[in-house]
Design a binder for this molecule. Structure first.
Ligand SMILES: [Zn+2]
Length: 241
């Protein structure tokens, strides 16, 4: 028994001396708008729900990071990333919520994974809008490729990965370092190509990221899928998993 207690004390001491890596939830959203019946319900979150969720993060001491500030995750209080795939125009609803909640203590920050060749389509953010979002300091514009293909089945990686990165960098004047794989599809070949141009890549695998020191773990980042009917309790729970 005494040996067991000693071992337990040593183990506890070891844990505090080498603090375990902090879990980093990466929230995944698509449209921030009311679902009106067309398309997939769970690719929407209503502006009211989104505001409640961001208010929860604010009230509970979360620090909203972007990929540029990834290295701060171990230093800040409760790190979390808020990401939006596909670059829809209705992300102005997210912008409004961020602007409303922003104060000296709470600095909202989100990452928009936009599709380079879809810019200026009717329901997507235009060049000017992406620039305005970026200049607000509340959004980082990152890449969701050029044409949203299944990256496992293409050969023109340079166009999809490097081309899209350069297009967004030309629009915002800021570095593009993170990629969102269309449909979350990824294999070893896709990771190898992505590594040439990016420091991070996100999937749609469900979960909260905890660093394990595995090769390529930053190129297979899991995310927390925020669904349309998720309650605030479910949202809070998903941040812990
Ligand atoms: Zn997508």
């Amino acid at each position: 028994m005494r040996i067991f207690i000693m071992a337990l004390l040593l183990w506890t001491y070891g844990l505090s001396a080498h603090a375990a890596p902090k879990p980093i939830p990466i929230l995944m959203y698509h449209s921030i708008a009311e679902f009106k019946g067309s398309g997939i319900r769970d690719l929407y979150v209503s502006p009211a729900s989104f505001e409640k969720q961001m208010q929860y993060l604010k009230d509970n001491g979360y620090t909203l990071l972007t990929f540029e500030r990834w290295s701060e995750a171990d230093k800040v209080e409760k790190p979390v990333l808020v990401t939006f795939d596909d670059g829809y125009e209705n992300l102005w609803n997210a912008y409004k919520v961020f602007a409303k909640l922003k104060d000296d203590r709470f600095q909202p920050a989100g990452t928009i994974f936009a599709i380079a060749d879809f810019i200026n389509r009717p329901n997507r953010l235009s060049r000017l809008e992406l620039l305005e979002m970026s200049d607000s300091g509340m959004f980082s514009i990152q890449s969701h490729t050029a044409t949203h293909p299944d990256l496992r089945n293409i050969t023109n990686y340079e166009y999809e990965l490097k081309g899209s990165k350069e297009k967004f960098e030309a629009i915002t004047g800021k570095p593009v370092i993170a990629l969102s794989y269309p449909y979350g599809f990824v294999d070893d070949k896709v990771v190898a190509e992505t590594k040439k141009y990016y420091q991070f890549a996100v999937t749609i695998r469900q979960g909260v990221f905890v660093a394990k020191g595995q090769a390529d773990e930053l190129y297979r980042l899991p995310r927390v899928f925020v669904t349309y009917d998720m309650t605030l309790e479910e949202f809070a729970k998903a941040l812990q998993k």
